[in-house]
Design a protein around this ligand. Structure first.
Ligand code: CAO
Length: 553
């Protein structure tokens, strides 16, 4: 039996990277290229694969350890005792000496201005080029993460590349507008390839064409720094791409642009199994999807097949025969929203109950009294009061704070009151969750929900801010409208839609008087909630909102 050591291969000039996952156990039998460990720097994720088929004899590192090119991380025993295979394979994994520095003026940053369109401060076009890929050539583009015309912040993801060993993002080198892509999904690219054009303000940090052409090639370490400044790992989600009123059935590992956080081996397995990784929960560090997550997902789907369409069918019709048309790609959030809307709409028999709350006194109180209680710059909209009222109504009507068990034979009643708030963002709807609404005061709810809404719009929501809602509110009250029918955010069983309050003449027994009426629309899962219960719940909510004292106690 040939015992051979497995070393970390060339890391493309990066010094130390962290071991974030050990994918095997001692004694496991592996095929060539099966992942042994996963490494992650702040810019890239990379697997160290088995260099030959055999069994794992020893693992010499732990999660959290820092390793470099050449670090001895494991020992393996080659299958059939074929020492020569093992020797040969191991040689390949020996540390590759840094390639001699090229003397050419290869681009080391991923954007080069092509033509200056004006003087300093005016917009100019820049080529977007592929940065240093750590010596790997012809890497496949697996995702275009931005759309033509998108206004991007510096570092926003433009595309995701994947070799058989690593997955990385190419971010926007500067803030600006994406003008074009010169590539498509499936194309293979190498360092220096032009992949698109951006229009950027001629910032001082932007190179002029002259400076680009005379720029000296950086040293090896500078090149590595440049690469790490421009090639980024597929980041874990800062949202679960929970798209408005339709919660993904499983989707904790997606970024705001819908990226999944998974290594090449997992992506390959997902392709083989026909699994869309967007739908899989990641249980690994930083919500990374692991092989076991995929197996669990498939097992769950086999045991509980989802009825109803899972794909969104659009139209194949050629509309250009009727007149001029243009096309606008949908980002991942919108695509996931569409899927979830279809899943929710087609699997949940849902009905909407309408009612109106008299919030005349609540509004007087809010306008007169709240100002003094609030920190500078914080406003309390009616939403904070509505959240508080919902928590109280959910406590009084526990079925509205439940989920239907997987065989539809039991209700899971939740004793926590976490309310998702649908937030309209430029990328689509996101639903951050305000936790423990029952134990918070109106002012805290106002501050908490407006902070979450801001983070959602700034794409800065942490992962856990998007999960665990037991009920959802979708408020269009700041915009207008008299009523709408929100779609239940499965696996929750009810969602409250809020429209714009307006003064209406209300009969008080003797005369009509002007009262400020707030339209409420409660959509509910009719398998769980009867119409009469829904009418009682909504009425109770209205009564809570009518007498503000209920909410302040
Ligand atoms: N009636 C009358 N006025 C209302 C109101 C209502 N129901 N709700 C809010 N307003 C007022 C606010 O008091 C505020 O007034 P001022 O500017 O005078 O202070 C103004 O409208 C704007 O409020 P807002 O929308 O900024 O704040 P909010 O707390 O009401 O809502 C949020 C926050 C995040 C829910 C909201 O900004 C948002 O994104 N809503 C869209 C949600 C959505 O798209 N849902 C549809 C999903 S599909 O079902």
């Amino acid at each position: 039996m040939a015992l051979t050591q497995v070393n970390v291969p060339d890391l493309g000039g990066i010094d130390e990277v962290e071991v974030i996952e050990i994918c095997v156990n001692v004694g496991d039998t592996l095929e060539t290229e099966d992942a042994l460990i996963v490494l992650e720097s702040d810019k890239a994720t990379m697997e160290v694969p088995a260099p030959f088929a055999g069994s794992v004899s020893e693992i010499l590192v732990s999660v959290g350890d820092k390793v470099s090119s050449g670090t001895h991380v494991a020992n393996m025993t080659a299958q059939d005792g074929d020492a020569s295979v093992a020797q040969e394979a191991t040689k390949k994994d020996e540390v590759v000496e840094p390639a001699e520095q090229s003397s050419s003026n290869e681009p080391q940053q991923n954007a080069q201005p092509t033509e200056a369109k004006g003087s300093a401060g005016e917009a100019q076009e820049m080529d977007i080029t592929v940065p240093d890929l750590g010596g790997v050539d012809a890497v496949e583009i697996i995702e275009l993460s931005a759309s033509i015309g998108d206004e991007l912040a510096a570092e926003d993801s433009l595309m995701v590349l994947e070799s058989d060993k690593a997955t990385m993002e190419i971010p926007a080198p500067q803030a600006g507008k994406l003008l074009s892509f010169a590539v498509k999904v499936g194309d293979k690219v190498s360092q220096g390839d032009v992949v698109g054009k951006m229009q950027v303000a001629q910032a001082s940090s932007a190179q002029s064409p002259e400076s680009a052409s005379v720029k000296k090639p950086p040293s090896q370490s500078e090149a590595a720094k440049d690469a790490s400044a421009t090639a980024q790992p597929v980041t874990p989600a800062n949202s679960n791409a929970n798209t408005g009123v339709s919660q993904p059935q499983a989707g904790q590992s997606k970024g705001s642009s819908g990226h999944v956080h998974a290594g090449p081996a997992v992506r390959k397995l997902a392709r083989e199994l026909g699994v869309d990784l967007v739908q899989v929960n990641g249980s690994g560090p930083r919500n990374r999807i692991q092989k076991q997550d995929l197996h669990d997902f498939v097992k769950q789907r086999v045991n509980n097949p989802v009825t109803g369409p899972q794909t969104v069918k659009g139209s194949d019709e050629d509309f250009s025969k009727y007149g001029q048309i243009s096309e606008k790609p949908l980002n991942k959030i919108k695509q996931v929203t569409a899927r979830n809307m279809v899943a929710s709409w087609s699997t949940i028999p849902q009905v909407t109950q309408f009612d109106e709350a008299d919030i005349t006194e609540l509004e007087t109180y809010r306008k007169q009294s709240m100002g003094a209680l609030l920190p500078e710059g914080v406003k309390v909209s009616p939403l904070a009061f509505i959240m508080k009222a919902c928590a109280k109504a959910l406590q009084a009507f526990p079925e509205f704070n439940s989920s239907l068990g997987s065989n539809a034979d039991k209700l899971i009643l939740k004793q926590y009151y976490n309310i998702g708030i649908a937030v309209d963002t430029p990328d689509g709807l996101l639903v951050p969750v305000v936790k423990g609404v029952d134990s918070k005061g109106v002012v805290d709810l106002a501050i908490g929900s407006s902070e979450l809404a801001k983070k959602a719009r700034d794409k800065k929501l942490p992962m856990d801010a998007m999960s665990g809602a037991s009920f959802t509110i979708s408020s269009l009250g700041g915009i207008g409208g008299t009523a709408f029918t929100p779609i239940v955010n499965a696996p929750q069983v009810a969602i409250l839609g809020v429209s714009k309050a307006s003064f209406k003449p209300v009969w008080n027994g003797e005369a009509f008087e002007p009262r400020l009426m707030l339209p409420l629309s409660l959509s509910y899962d009719h398998r769980v909630i009867d119409g009469a219960q829904a009418a009682r719940f909504t009425r109770y909510l209205c009564e809570l909102l009518t007498d503000v004292r209920h909410l302040l106690l």
